[in-house]
Design a protein around this ligand. Structure first.
Ligand SMILES: [Zn+2]
Ligand SMILES: [Zn+2]
Length: 130
């Protein structure tokens, strides 16, 4: 019985963490997710949030994004690229996938399975602020 309750608490925490990551397009850090989850689960620890983020990433429900040496999380499972704004440090999803065209050639003998590419620059809202 005790185990069952424990199990249920665990999956509730995992669902909450997943829900928080899915609630934003901002590619949040673990700290941000922790802050949001704590609003509804005041007793949850940062370690628990980290563990759940790792579990969700391992099971493929969310993606890990390494940006400027900082680990962030992404619930957008569609194929997309990231535009990283050097001014506000925001990460934006770019759905334009034509840049990774199949015509793109690597030296013979290399079989491409996946393309990872990030764009860096200034986002539209930072441009209007300048
Ligand atoms: Zn910006
Ligand atoms: Zn993304």
């Amino acid at each position: 019985m005790l185990n069952d309750t424990h199990q249920r608490k665990r999956s509730k925490q995992r669902d909450k963490v997943l829900g928080v990551v899915r609630s934003t397009k901002s590619h949040p850090t673990a700290d941000w997710v922790f802050h949001e989850v704590r609003k509804e689960m005041p007793n949850i620890s940062l370690a628990t949030v980290y563990r759940n983020l790792n579990l969700l990433a391992e099971s493929g429900e969310i993606n890990e994004v390494l940006c400027d040496g900082q680990l962030r999380f992404d619930a957008n499972k569609d194929e997309h690229f990231h535009f990283i704004c050097r001014s506000c440090k925001g990460i934006f999803d770019i759905d334009e996938t034509r840049v990774a065209s199949p015509d793109f050639k690597l030296p013979r003998g290399y079989v491409v399975q996946d393309v990872r590419m990030d764009f860096y620059g200034i986002c539209p809202s930072c441009q209007t602020k300048q």
